[in-house]
Design a protein around this ligand. Structure first.
Ligand SMILES: [Zn+2]
Ligand SMILES: [Zn+2]
Length: 349
């Protein structure tokens, strides 16, 4: 019964999205392709249109649910939400953007030929999809396995973004927001975005995730990450906190002087805590989880005026944030390498 309902609902949504995709493609995209003589990109553009429509639906649903909750049960109160506006731009670029799909589709032929080469040379390649088909695993269970594998990679990826100093300077664009809202998830440096998309598209292809599953995962994952950043007073209970990354758990990751900077003398905590993307399990497993109930301001310590911080400006507008991020990254790369001892002192400061 429930299965039939879910199937019917999924089919209805898929039909609606498919209709919108076809309509927009015929009315808008195809005339542009013909005008600029890009007719051979027809297939790619048709797939891309689906991504844009699905992204628009996702943003609308997320906004319709989370914005009223932010207004009704805010965790923090601000005189105005001006600082949030730039995050709306980041969200539109990312979620309507074709970046993910382009990476996936462009990398796919390379991967196919790489796998063909490996097969020819008798090298065993790990394709989870084939393994699961061999074991007759249900498609939904298969999808769940992909989610867990990609999330595990996501945890380590995020932990390295904090640990590798030049990379942190790019990731700091995300952490420099002091008004954390449902829009903050996509606030990232464009270079960091490109790295991330390339890495996850490559990994997804390597383990055999189909494009439709990749899109589905990006949509569901993106919605959950919007919730994690929302300015909502919400506690999901002891168990809920440990099943999925909650807004409270992720807010601790953004807490000034705590989420990134606090060392605690514990190796796992040296560059912060709560790196989990969808599940807090990896943080629990590798000693970086912090379930503390603290309501601390969010941001980067260096933004604070001296003596705690350095009064560093991370930029208010989109281009300022991008430019300053690039400068900080280059300064780190050019500067002499910081010794282990010094970096520990910095992290513990
Ligand atoms: Zn982070
Ligand atoms: Zn975040």
């Amino acid at each position: 019964m429930l299965n039939a309902l879910i199937n019917a609902a999924t089919a209805t949504v898929a039909n609606l999205v498919g209709d919108a995709q076809t309509w927009i493609f015929i009315q808008l995209v195809q005339p542009l392709l013909y005008h600029f003589h890009f007719m051979d990109m027809d297939d790619l553009a048709y797939d891309g249109t689906l991504w844009v429509v699905a992204g628009a639906v996702q943003i609308a649903v997320v906004y319709a649910i989370l914005r009223p909750l932010e207004a009704l049960r805010p965790l923090e109160h601000w005189p105005d939400r001006k600082a949030v506006r730039v995050d709306v731009i980041y969200t539109l670029i990312n979620r309507l953007g074709l970046v993910s799909l382009v990476f996936f589709l462009v990398l796919q032929p390379q991967f196919d030929s790489l796998q063909e080469w490996l097969r020819l040379h008798g090298v065993v390649n790990v394709n989870l999809d084939e393994v699961m088909r061999g074991m007759r695993i249900h498609p939904l269970v298969g999808f769940a396995i992909y989610v867990v594998v990609l999330d595990f990679a996501g945890y380590w990826y995020h932990r390295l973004q904090h640990q590798i100093q030049w990379w942190w300077e790019l990731h700091a664009v995300h952490h420099s927001q002091r008004q954390l809202t449902l829009w903050a998830d996509d606030r990232n440096h464009l270079l960091d975005d490109a790295l991330q998309q390339a890495f996850f598209a490559a990994l997804a292809l390597a383990i055999g995730v189909a494009p439709s599953q990749f899109v589905a995962l990006a949509l569901v994952g993106g919605a959950l990450q919007s919730l994690q950043h929302a300015n909502i007073r919400l506690h999901v209970g002891w168990l809920g906190e440990r099943l999925l990354v909650s807004p409270r758990f992720h807010r601790v990751h953004h807490a000034v002087g705590y989420g990134h900077e606090l060392g605690h003398g514990n190796r796992a905590r040296l560059y912060g805590c709560n790196f989990g993307v969808l599940f807090p399990w990896w943080d629990m497993l590798f000693g970086s989880a912090d379930f503390a109930l603290l309501a601390q301001p969010t941001g980067v310590r260096a933004q604070d005026p001296p003596p705690q911080g350095q009064g560093l400006d991370y930029g208010a507008g989109f281009w300022a944030q991008q430019w300053l991020g690039l400068q900080r990254m280059l300064a780190r790369i050019i500067a002499r390498p910081v010794s282990k001892r010094e970096s520990q002192d910095m992290a513990g400061a």
